[in-house]
Design a protein around this ligand. Sequence first.
Ligand SMILES: N[C@@H](CCC(=O)N[C@@H](CS)C(=O)NCC(=O)O)C(=O)O
Length: 256
Amino acid sequence: MIDVHYWPTPNGWKVTIMLEECGLDYRIVPVDIGGGDQFKPGFLRISPNNRMPAIVDHEPLGGGEPLSIFESGAILEYLADKTGRFLASEPRQRYRTLQWVHWQMANLGPMMGNANHFKNYGRNLAEDPAQLEYGTRRFVGEVDRLCGVMDAQLSANEHLAGAEYSIADIVTWPWAMAAGRLIDEDVWTRFPHLKRWVDAVGARPAVDRGWRVQRELGQQERTEEEERRRREILFNQTSDKVRAAREAAAREAAAD
Ligand SMILES: N[C@@H](CCC(=O)N[C@@H](CS)C(=O)NCC(=O)O)C(=O)O
């Protein structure tokens, strides 16, 4: 059994999609990131960057004690190695795939996250809306560039890492499919190869199941005050917050 520390967001969906694709048994452990669960001592022990997703595999590859892993790219590489699926063992194809996995982790995910922050969340946070303009232009522009990179790759390849569907597609799809909402729907006309791939991956039954997992967690009705408190937790993080969480974890461990 694999515990998935999860909240329904693009980085969480990568893991549930992969688990559905591989037919592995898993159990969801909700991490309410607006409620501050990512700072709880038990979670920090498995995910020291206070971000979800993370997994704990109780029957790990290689045997022994339960194995915990954080960072969605590492989690997918592990699950691929565990099952022998969606990541070739032949070196050339393996690294062709891993370069696109790392590309997503270092580029598309962070740039889309920041574009979304400046364009959408920032409206409730910035004192002066003009503060948002440069950040929005910079990150939306980067996302547009990255859509162009994917479109070029997909004009010559059925999938991101070549002919075969792989973990490169699984880590990228949950972000790429939101590009229309983030930039504007016109991206699908400008990037037809990207659209063809987004539709084809989205039509896979395991992908559809994976990104519906416990969606209701993210759709609860909340008062304006509750929303304000959740934004405060999510968007006001410095090392002070992490230090306070670590000190609480140490006190908890000492009391045990
Ligand atoms: N590179 C990490 C990013 C994880 C990440 O940013 N997770 C977000 C949700 S999508 C999170 O846990 N946010 C909590 C917070 O910002 O405090 C991964 O892919 O696993």
